[in-house]
Design a protein around this ligand. Structure first.
Ligand SMILES: NC(=O)C1=CN([C@@H]2O[C@H](COP(=O)(O)OP(=O)(O)OC[C@H]3O[C@@H](n4cnc5c(N)ncnc54)[C@H](O)[C@@H]3O)[C@@H](O)[C@H]2O)C=CC1
Ligand SMILES: O=C(O)C1=N[C@H](C(=O)O)C[C@H](O)C1
Length: 278
């Protein structure tokens, strides 16, 4: 191999994709195989998965790429400068420990964490950077800051409701994005989401508490991801909306985050940091 080719390989951060057979995993693998800025060095799937031991390219119906699907996280992550992870909360917590031990950047797109899970991620971030966001798109992260501003500008007589729609396979609700939007709306009102969040409605709910933030989740077909933040008052309504048409935008954001994180120290970061929106 020429010196120039060797330098190119060394300069491009090596990325491991977890959940490689998943909706997001496959998008990431395709994008990384074509990337000029990063290179795919490993792919992980859960123990027992039918793709284990197969070439990831061939398993995805592409040409073989020489990277086998593995469930051996320690040796695979040892080759990585970054791990991009769109799996499940339980899998992500385990990968956070291993990625921190390898001192690699952990980009987390997984949603559905509870408070205890988030504390464990904070502990892992003491050793290496973690970049986590419920949505990796530029549009949603701009929507988050718009939501904060609008909520701050409008008084409590404007009721805030967040409506999200996703495909029939999604397992968590409200979506990670809806929770980001809810947190931003609460911040705009000088409170936390924990203080303002109203429980899911079913049955005789009573009238809407003033100042509360409500959520509604629609699940159906192949909807990629849609979010409305509704500000409703007497005689008028303001609606901020984001529609994702293609998961490629989340994958692009995640790869951008992995590259951005290369010169960062241990700590917790989000997409607003990556995109320079903070
Ligand atoms: N932050 C963002 O921008 C986005 C976040 N997401 C989130 O990403 C997550 C995954 O979404 P999808 O790709 O649609 O789900 P999916 O179900 O298609 O893929 C998840 C994959 O993870 C694999 N997996 C489970 N346990 C594992 C383990 N221990 N090790 C390795 N792989 C394991 C599964 O076998 C599956 O292939 C969800 O939490 C979703 O909400 C999805 C899209 C965008
Ligand atoms: O599960 C999904 O598909 C998505 N999950 C993220 C979320 O929970 O907000 C991001 C996007 O909306 C797609």
């Amino acid at each position: 191999m020429s010196d120039m080719a060797q330098t190119e390989i060394v300069d491009k951060p090596g990325i491991v994709v977890t959940g490689a057979s998943g909706r997001m995993g496959q998008k990431l693998v395709r994008m990384l195989l074509q990337s000029d800025e990063a290179r795919l060095v490993g792919v992980l799937e859960r123990p027992g998965h039918g793709w284990l031991g197969r070439d990831i390219g061939e398993a995805m119906g592409l040409a073989p790429v020489g990277i086998m699907v593995s469930d051996q996280a320690v040796p695979v992550i040892a080759q990585a400068q970054a791990v991009i992870d769109f799996t499940t909360p339980m899998a992500t917590l385990a990968y956070a420990e291993l990625t921190a031990q390898a001192r690699a950047v952990h980009v987390i797109g997984t949603t559905g964490f509870d408070e205890e899970d988030l504390q464990q991620l904070t502990a892992s971030a003491r050793h290496a950077p973690i970049i986590r966001a419920g949505n990796m798109s530029l549009g949603v992260n701009l929507l988050v800051s718009l939501t904060r501003k609008v909520a701050a500008a409008l008084g409590e007589d404007w009721d805030i409701e967040i409506v999200e729609s996703h495909h029939r396979h999604k397992v968590d609700a409200p979506s990670g994005t809806a929770l980001m939007l809810g947190e931003a709306a609460a911040e705009g009102r000088g409170a936390t989401l924990g203080e303002l969040r109203t429980p899911a409605r079913d049955g005789i709910t009573g009238a809407r508490p003033t100042g509360s933030i409500g959520f509604a989740a629609i699940r159906g077909g192949d909807i990629v991801g849609e979010h409305d933040v509704i500000f409703a008052s007497q005689g008028e309504r303001l609606i901020l909306r984001h529609i994702a048409n293609d998961r490629a935008l989340f994958a692009r954001g995640a790869i951008r985050a992995a590259l951005w994180g290369q010169d960062k120290g241990p700590g917790e970061y989000d997409m607003a940091d990556v995109l320079g929106l903070n």
